[in-house]
Design a binder for this molecule. Structure first.
Ligand code: NAG
Ligand code: NAG
Length: 352
């Protein structure tokens, strides 16, 4: 999950507002020195770049309607642009060819993200799949994840859960005559599906006080996608103090502690010898048996992977669905076509 550049969070705006005066005084001399030395020894041909300001570089372009300002830049400078975001050199791609080059041809060199303090904390020091750098441990973990957790056999055992939830949703929507808040509906749908997959039967999941984990995990999503001064000025020790000063560090830590105690509770419940095992193992059971079975998977891995599944699963799926529905509503012709296609496939079949 990349930091959400398209929707700068309140933190980002806050950081940007403050970063100018604070970081002008900041000791960025070391960074300049290194850059100057680096440039002389090893001149890199950089892609075209708009005019930049001292110290903050192009950060001022990152605040307002980012996707539109990037589009304007791409129109005038081309599909590959260099932006200097504080102390971090960034390349922005805006064409399918350039994206393919980076995401496919040079994927191995481009797939690790720089460690962001929020993400590092939430993932138990990058012990997960989404935020770990590309290395041997990551490859092993991913192999395990794919074969044990999202392999076709497992996905198949979960499909009944999804079908049941979708049919419940449709039945609850069908008699409605008032406008429906699709955002909430879809969020709850995905949330309860992920909950079922992770925690077993729907009843069990409901008992676990949904409201709480939904709130905690959406806070974590914010922490994972928020920018901090350390993201833009990793070389400057001032940036750490700055994040402390604006309360970002404390906020990350609070969210992390909440998630951690939540996951601890889930693990404890699953390892309770008196617990009645569900017919089908859930995600937590699988991860626990991997942890107990072989030495390489630690408890932190288990917790970090569970975090990935929730944070990565809930928001992304519901946002995608919501976006698709909004586009369909705005384009009645396409909506008609989609409805006709579904009807031709499903016909008058009734669900039993
Ligand atoms: C891969 O990166 C993770 C996170 O930084 C680290 O914990 C792990 O030891 C690394 N593995 C190898 C083989 O370098
Ligand atoms: C959609 O719902 C989620 C969770 O309830 C909320 O965080 C988000 O702000 C909502 N988005 C919109 C566009 O209403």
């Amino acid at each position: 999950m990349a930091p959400d550049l398209l929707n700068p969070s309140p933190e980002l705006k806050h950081v940007l507002m403050w970063s100018v005066p604070v970081l002008i005084i900041a000791p960025t001399v070391i960074f300049w020195y290194l850059q100057a030395v680096g440039n002389k020894k090893n001149p890199i041909r950089l892609p075209p770049s708009p005019l930049r300001l001292p110290i903050i570089g192009h950060l001022h372009l990152m605040v307002h309607e980012l996707h539109q300002s990037l589009q304007r830049l791409a129109r005038s400078l081309g599909p590959v642009i260099h932006l200097q975001l504080g102390g971090v050199a960034t390349v922005v791609l805006s064409s399918p060819e350039a994206a393919k080059e980076v995401l496919k041809t040079h994927d191995v060199h481009c797939c690790s993200q720089p460690p962001s303090p929020g993400a590092k904390l939430m993932t138990y020091g990058q012990q997960d799949i989404a935020f770990s750098p590309y290395n041997a441990s990551w490859r092993e973990l991913r192999k395990l994840f794919v074969s044990e957790l999202v392999g076709s056999k497992r996905v198949h055992t979960f499909s009944h859960a999804l079908e049941a939830q979708v049919s419940e949703l449709i039945q609850s929507l069908a008699p409605m005559t008032e406008p429906v808040n699709l955002n909430e509906t879809l969020f709850t749908l995905i949330d309860s599906f992920i909950g079922t997959v992770a925690f077993g039967s729907m009843k069990g999941a409901k008992l676990m006080k949904y409201a709480k984990f939904q709130r905690v995990f959406s806070e974590a999503t914010v922490a994972l996608s928020a920018f901090s001064a350390q993201d833009f000025f990793p070389a400057s020790p001032m940036s750490r103090w700055f994040d402390k000063l604006v309360g970002l560090e404390r906020r990350y830590l609070r969210t992390f502690l909440e998630i951690d105690s939540y996951l601890e509770m889930v693990l404890t419940q699953h390892m309770d010898p008196g617990r009645v095992k569900p017919v089908k193992e859930d995600l937590v059971d699988v991860l626990i048996s991997l942890w107990k079975g072989q030495g390489k998977i630690t408890k932190d891995h288990v917790k970090a992977l569970l975090g990935d599944a929730f944070i990565g699963g809930t928001a992304t799926s519901s946002v995608t669905l919501l976006w698709a529905m909004s586009e369909l509503i705005k384009n009645p012709a396409v909506m008609k076509k989609a409805q006709a296609e579904i009807r031709s496939l499903v016909g008058g079949k009734q669900r039993s």
